[in-house]
Design a protein around this ligand. Structure first.
Ligand code: ATP
Length: 289
């Protein structure tokens, strides 16, 4: 049996460059992995796929990304044998933190190891991209500039370590809704990705914090003002910066140290019914091969 962790991600930036003929949006975004993670335990079984998970209501069958990732790799590599997946979720579902993609990425890395398939991380990324645009990033982890529909990755210097507070309000925002609203309304501001990449290279924490920008944020805040409220509280409690991650609704704050992050988390817990997590930025995943 092997155990693999699938880390959540936050977007330090998210820009939309246009809509492609295939219906996807062309994006350009700086992605960062964080230590909040789901865990998958994988065991060999003679054939097929079995999945158990700890979230009532979340599909535990062939619709689940963890299942689909295992099925894809077993089929494409013509593996004789199956896998039992025990999925322990901590990353909130439909939160803008790529939870499903994190699980798929962990399963791809794990099945590769379990069956000694010898695939490199970039090879696993090409399988992952067939299932979801954020999966290649989740396979690689660390700090990356993601373009195309999110699957074209350029590795950046690891960011200087930040403590991160995540606050997921008890609302659901569908990714499709957020992008559609953007298409109708546009954005108030676009990120300067070249500038933030420079600040990351220079390990300039304040510079990085000053350049966070997500084009989906203003359209989503119009509908869900609670996001602006959480951002305000993060900043009030000393966040270097605060923003909505991905298509939301999770709001994250970047903090210089654990004490500041814990205090902000306690404050948010006392004022909201949000799910709150304290975690850290993490580096890229090791290639097992
Ligand atoms: P992103 O940031 O990539 O847009 P997200 O964090 O907003 O993703 P997910 O948590 O990945 O969203 O879930 C989106 C939907 O995917 C869920 O509503 C659920 O129906 C489906 N799904 C399938 N497999 C999983 C999984 N393993 N974990 C969570 N959701 C899953």
């Amino acid at each position: 049996m092997i155990t693999v962790e699938g880390n959540a991600k936050i977007n330090l930036t998210l820009d939309i460059l246009g809509k492609r003929p295939d219906g996807y949006h062309e994006v350009s975004m700086v992605m960062q992995s964080v230590s909040l993670h789901d865990t998958v335990k994988l065991t060999k079984i003679p054939k097929g796929i079995e999945l158990t998970l700890n979230v009532p209501g979340l599909e535990a069958d062939e619709r689940n990304l963890a299942w689909r990732a295992a099925a894809l790799l077993l089929r494409e590599r013509q593996v004789e044998g199956g896998v039992r997946i025990e999925l322990v979720k901590r990353i909130p579902v439909a939160a803008g933190l790529a939870g499903g993609s994190a699980d798929a990425a962990a399963v791809l890395r794990g099945v590769n190891e379990l069956y000694g398939l010898g695939l490199t991380l970039p090879e696993l990324c090409s399988y992952g991209a067939k299932l979801g645009s954020d999966i290649p990033f989740c396979i690689m982890g660390g700090t990356m500039l993601a373009t195309g529909r999110g699957e074209v990755l350029k590795e950046l210097e690891p960011v200087p370590e930040f403590w991160v507070v995540l606050a997921k309000p008890k609302i659901s925002v569908s990714t499709a809704w957020a992008y559609q609203n953007y298409d109708e309304q546009g954005a108030e501001a676009h990120p300067d990705n070249a500038a933030i990449c420079e600040k990351i290279k220079a390990q300039d924490r304040k510079g990085i914090a000053s350049l966070l920008c997500n084009v989906l944020e203003s359209v989503t805040i119009k509908q869900y003002p609670v996001i602006a409220q959480y951002k305000g509280w993060m900043l009030e409690k000393g966040a270097l910066a605060s923003m909505m991650s991905g298509s939301g609704p999770t709001v994250f704050g970047l903090f210089a140290d654990e004490k500041a992050a814990s205090e902000a988390a306690a404050y948010l817990r006392s004022r909201t019914d949000a799910d709150i997590f304290v975690c850290q930025t993490t580096g890229k995943n090791e290639n097992q091969n």
